[in-house]
Design a protein around this ligand. Structure first.
Ligand code: ADP
Length: 431
């Protein structure tokens, strides 16, 4: 500003001095005439700049224009102002973009609603959770779109810390936890969380507890009943006494097996547990498995093994033995006497496949997708009779996951089944 005044005053001083000098030399008429000429030129120049400035402001033409003199400073300051405004706008644009990106990435749904519950804004998760489309539904009342009465009542009620549980909003199959957060006099924020998986897990947990209790109740009832009989002190003949004790032994063994398998499963499912990468020779495994199969079968089946490649597998020997052993045990259990059981190791496009093929009772196709669920059995009574717990294939599946492998099942009722454990190439070490 000081610079601007200095420049203007010195220009005026120059004009006045020059006019005075002309007055002294040629008379005051010339002097005044010259002064008037100067002033007209200055006025004309200022008018010109004024017009240019107006045009510049209208068109936001930016810097470029440099008229010189005092106007230079006016223009450069205006330019700086405009530049600053542009930078502020850019920063605001970036902040808005950041906010929009963060909103879009949020797994929780966020809907901003006004005092009449009309949608002002929402993020993509909210669109998915509540089946709304911001483009179409902006300005629409949320209670009009979501008709469940409990939702309307929740929005009307004073804000609560307790979330509302909503299921099947507008026909989708999600379970949502909804909470309303007031943050200004004109707007409220509705936050939705997808709790479908949490609910499913809880259901699985409840199912699991019910199954374990049920599995333990039967042997406990049997053992408890026999203990009562023995306590009554009624004389039992030697044969009956032996039968009672053998049944009690079988039931306690059953409970023991169940608890052991539950512990194995829980250890395998624990995220803290990691599988070692030992070099496990397939031929050693096969020999142990054939021996185990023949022992279980007690000569009732024809148990054979076929393997040509003496590969090794990178993994846990005890886990692989446990998984393959379960498949062999099932083959023996579900194949009537006189049937065949073939253990096979082969390579297919680099993968190693261990399979157990039996000529047993087979499995109806509708049961195949659920076989690896804990406690799932096709025929509960038959499984119990043969000492099954319903956990064997669940254990095999966990071990397969640990070895990046897959369990494939082919079966035909009355003809037999083939259970194949497919190990990927990166875990196979050829001889
Ligand atoms: P279980 O202890 O009952 O054998 P599993 O988890 O090992 O439990 O197997 C689940 C069910 O799958 C069994 O109850 C049985 O119905 C069926 N199953 C498994 N293996 C065979 C097989 N080789 N042949 C026929 N059915 C089988």
């Amino acid at each position: 500003m000081r610079h601007f005044l200095k420049y203007t005053l010195s220009a005026l001083l120059v004009i006045l001095t020059f006019s005075t000098l002309v007055s002294l030399a040629f008379g005051w008429v010339w002097g005044l005439g010259l002064l008037a000429l100067f002033m007209t030129a200055v006025a004309a120049r200022d008018t010109w700049h004024m017009m240019t400035l107006k045009r510049w402001l209208q068109q936001q033409m930016g810097s470029g224009y440099q008229p010189g003199g005092t106007w230079n400073q006016v223009f450069s300051q205006l330019y700086r102002l405009e530049k600053h405004g542009e930078q502020t706008q850019q920063k605001l644009r970036e902040a808005l973009e950041r906010f929009q990106h963060a909103g879009a990435a949020l797994p929780s749904g966020v809907v901003v609603i006004d005092t009449a519950d009309r949608i002002r804004w929402c993020n993509p998760s909210a669109e998915k959770h509540l089946c709304i489309q911001l483009n179409q539904d902006r300005g629409q009342s949320l209670t009009y779109l979501i008709r469940q009465p409990e939702f309307g009542a929740y929005l009307k009620a004073p804000p609560s810390e307790l979330p509302l549980l909503l299921r099947r909003v507008r026909g989708n199959d999600l379970s949502l936890s909804i909470q309303v957060v007031p943050y200004s006099a004109e707007e409220r924020m509705l936050v939705s969380h997808d709790i479908t998986q949490v609910e499913r897990d809880e259901l699985v947990r409840q199912d699991f507890v019910a199954n374990v209790s049920h599995e333990l109740r039967t042997p406990l009832t049997v053992v408890g009943g026999f203990i009562e009989t023995l306590l009554e002190g009624k004389p039992l003949d030697e044969g009956t006494q032996r039968r009672v004790l053998l049944t009690m032994q079988a039931q306690t063994q059953r409970m023991q097996r169940l608890v052991e398998e539950l512990l194995t499963l829980s250890r395998l499912e624990s995220q803290l547990y990691s599988t070692p990468d030992d070099l496990v020779p397939v031929n050693v495994l096969m020999q142990q498995l054939v021996q185990m199969g023949r022992q279980l079968s007690q000569g009732q089946h024809d148990v054979q093994s076929v393997f040509t490649d003496a590969d090794s597998v990178l993994g846990s020997e005890s886990e692989l033995l446990s998984a393959f052993g379960n498949l062999v045990t099932n083959a023996v259990r579900y194949t009537p006497p006189g049937g065949q059981i073939h253990l096979n190791w082969r390579r297919e496009r680099g993968d190693g496949i261990f399979s157990v093929q039996d000529s047993g009772i087979g499995i109806p196709p509708e049961h195949l997708p659920r076989l690896t669920e804990r406690f799932y059995r096709v025929d509960r009574a038959r499984s119990r009779e043969t000492g099954g717990t319903g956990l064997g294939l669940a254990i095999v599946k966990q071990i397969a996951i640990h070895h990046d492998s897959k369990l494939e099942i082919c079966s035909e009722p009355g003809k037999g089944s083939t259970f194949s454990f497919r190990i990927p190439a990166h875990r196979i070490v050829p001889k």
